[in-house]
Ligand binder design. Structure first.
Ligand SMILES: Cc1cc2nc3c(=O)[nH]c(=O)nc-3n(C[C@H](O)[C@H](O)[C@H](O)COP(=O)(O)OP(=O)(O)OC[C@H]3O[C@@H](n4cnc5c(N)ncnc54)[C@H](O)[C@@H]3O)c2cc1C
Length: 338
């Protein structure tokens, strides 16, 4: 039976630690709970699917039902000689899956170690880090259309993955609940050291000594040194996406700012690190009251104490305005704002 709580505080359920309330809150542990909670939801009730709340900013109470996905479990299915399919429940902690794969010597998700959140939320923005993206190992996902109750399987193409984007962040936002995700992992060594900082850390290790475990531990070490731990200090990782600009726009910017960095973008144009833009506007480590950017990583906005989501949003708008005025670039937020 699904227990529904009313007037429920979400403070423990978002990594910014914002104290807002949900009108109704349900934690679901099995797929049959999805059917049950659907029956108990009015057709005009607002819905929000929630994982670990590590990519969400609440700016007000949620006047509807929050459905937290706690469907856990990891299963293996053989898939040819060199590959294996791993299926994980949407409520499984993402890093538990990374640790599982590393312990079995399966390659493909080790570069995505220590990203907070659940497996079910990972496809939403096609999580990525250290030269890897979820779409690189994605096979398919299973879930429920909340309007019709129909169970549907999505293939990779149908998910429309892009940089920090999928169909589930667009037209299917809060309409489709991801219950299970299937990944294709490699049994044969396939290290991805395209990311400079990772390569630098491992440059004394020979290729034959690399393992998924060593890479995931190295990524975790770099991340712990660089990023604030949301268990200790409220944040949701990168607040903004790296903006993509056309080559002509980048050439113009280069005339004005000679050392402006870029990443190549596979679909044409270039991406500019948002952290660099924010830093150049004087926002690195800037604090206003209990909100500010991290001293080492200005892309991360921090809740230094008891602040509201609205104050964080206002601060983010100040950052956007400063970057727009200096570079004529509008930063798009990566965090989901409610
Ligand atoms: C310190 C820190 C570092 C981070 N580093 C990275 C990084 O390197 N790369 C990266 O890509 N992200 C990063 N993030 C962002 C975050 O970890 C990811 O976006 C993660 O996938 C969010 O998972 P979650 O379970 O917390 O999702 P939530 O925050 O709970 O939800 C995120 C969105 O997905 C929706 N959603 C959640 N679960 C489901 C479901 N089962 N079905 C349908 N919709 C659902 C929600 O409605 C919401 O819109 C970081 C965050 C933090 C705090």
């Amino acid at each position: 039976m699904v227990i529904i709580r009313t007037d429920f505080s979400l403070k423990r359920f978002n990594t910014f630690g914002i104290d807002v309330k949900a009108n109704r809150f349900a934690d679901i542990f099995r797929e049959s709970d999805i059917i049950e909670i659907r029956k108990q939801t009015a057709s005009n009730e607002q819905i929000l699917f929630l994982g670990s709340g590590s990519n969400i900013l609440f700016t007000k109470n949620f006047n509807g039902v929050v459905i937290k996905n706690s469907i856990k479990g990891i299963e293996e299915k053989e898939f040819g000689e060199d590959e294996i399919i791993i299926s994980a429940g949407g409520g499984t902690e993402w890093n538990d899956l990374v640790n599982y794969a590393a312990s079995k010597n399966y390659w493909g998700i080790e570069n995505l170690a220590l990203i907070p959140g659940t497996v079910g939320a990972a496809p939403i923005q096609n999580i990525g880090a250290y030269g890897a993206e979820l779409k690189d190992v994605f096979h398919s996902l299973e879930g429920y259309n909340f309007d019709s109750g129909e169970k549907i399987v999505f293939t990779k193409d149908e998910c429309e993955f892009k940089y920090r984007w999928s169909i589930f962040k667009g037209e299917l936002r809060n309409k489709f609940l991801i219950a299970k995700v299937n990944f294709v992992l490699n049994k044969k060594p396939s290290p991805n050291l395209t990311y400079g900082a990772l390569r630098g850390e491992l440059n004394r290790v020979s290729i034959s000594e690399l393992t998924p475990l060593l890479i995931s531990e190295t990524v975790s070490k770099i991340r712990r040194n660089k990023l604030p731990d949301p268990a200790k200090i409220g944040n949701a990782g990168s607040f903004f996406k790296n903006p993509k600009v056309k080559n002509e726009k980048f050439a113009e910017l280069q005339n004005q700012f000679h050392n402006i960095p870029k990443f190549e973008f596979e679909q044409g144009g270039v991406k500019i690190p948002a952290a660099w833009l924010i830093e150049k506007c004087g926002f690195k480590g800037k604090r206003i009251g209990n909100v500010g950017t991290h001293k080492n990583q200005p892309l991360v906005i921090i809740n230094f104490g008891e602040t509201s989501g609205r104050r964080i949003q206002e601060f983010s708008v100040l950052v956007q305005k400063a970057v727009y005025e200096k570079f004529n670039i509008l930063l798009d937020h990566e965090v989901n704002i409610y």
